[in-house]
Design a protein. Structure first.
Length: 312
């Protein structure tokens, strides 16, 4: 006991905490044969969407942490060397995108741009506001960003409720798009209650998206569509998700949907009325394929980024 107290006292004295890797049971993650998972970066509370800069900087948004991070792997050894905080105190800056040297950040009611950001990681420039006319409702107000093959910036706007119609603003429950300078905003797709993940098919250019269905009907009704990084249920009688799924396609048809990485969910943590929470030590929030073929997974529960690699 005395030695334990001495160790804890030393950690407090020097402002250190036990290494994240020592407390994350990565051995519990199940992967297909040949794949392995390792810690890529830590110290990123509530890590959400990721975007890769031209010089290899990994940018990471957050929601409740209200921060945007920049992760640097200087020696390219597959493990981050440094984490910079680009901005703090933002309104759910979950959605980010990178284009032409600039980082785009989506908050609840605006999109901003950080120019030449990779040259100013230690002293970020003041953000340029490109559009501050988005709805201010916070319910499903956090966003996901992406530049399409047409060069337009796609910005979803979730429904501001569980189930409702808002004729006062037709942008709710849609995916909108705008020019890179924030002008020309238009509705691209309607009837999308809430999406926080999408991408374009590399051959056909089709937009594929994850859609979160309404709550509080039943455990399996309605089914969510294409949720690849399954963040995990929040009110099922039996928790589900907390994993990364693999979807195989034949043309534009999904022909299989199988687990790729799972093991973050251990069981049931607690029940509050109809709300049952999963006993999960991690929750995948986003995935990103790197130029070397490795897969990064953002975990907003553990506040880390994982790297999955394959060896024959």
């Amino acid at each position: 006991m005395t030695r334990l107290l001495s160790i804890l006292a030393a950690l407090l004295l020097f402002g250190q905490t036990p290494p994240t890797q020592a407390r994350l049971p990565l051995e519990q993650i199940k992967l297909p044969p040949g794949f392995k998972i390792a810690l890529y970066a830590e110290g990123l509370p509530n890590a959400r969407q990721m975007a890769l800069g031209d010089k290899g900087t990994l940018f990471v948004g957050s929601r409740t942490a209200r921060r945007v991070y920049a992760v640097v792997d200087k020696d390219a050894d597959g493990k981050a060397d440094q984490v910079h905080t680009i901005a703090t105190g933002l309104a759910s800056p979950s959605g980010i995108a990178f284009r032409d040297g600039a980082l785009y950040v989506a908050e609840i009611s605006r999109v901003t741009r950080y120019d030449a950001i990779e040259s100013h990681l230690e002293s970020p420039p003041a953000p340029v506001v490109i559009n501050d006319k988005l709805p201010t409702e916070t319910h499903h107000g956090w966003k996901y960003l992406g530049f399409g093959p047409d060069g337009m910036l796609y910005v979803p706007i979730g429904a501001p409720c569980n189930v409702c119609e808002r004729p006062d603003d037709e942008r709710f429950a849609t995916i909108t798009r705008m020019r890179a300078d924030g002008t020309g905003q238009e509705i691209f797709a309607r009837g999308i209650r809430n999406t926080v993940g999408f991408d374009w098919h590399p051959q056909t250019g089709e937009l594929w998206l994850a859609e979160n269905g309404r709550d509080n009907i039943a455990d399996d009704v309605p089914p969510d569509e294409l949720l690849v990084a399954e963040h995990g249920s929040w009110n099922r009688s039996q928790p589900q998700g907390y994993r990364v799924m693999l979807i195989k396609l034949e043309g534009s048809k999904a022909v299989s949907y199988t687990p790729f990485a799972e093991g973050w969910l251990r069981g049931v943590r607690s029940s509050r009325g109809s709300r049952t929470l999963g006993d999960a030590w991690g929750r995948p929030a986003d995935v990103l394929v790197m130029p070397d073929g490795s897969l990064l997974i953002a975990d907003d529960e553990a506040g880390v980024i994982y790297r999955v690699t394959y060896t024959k």
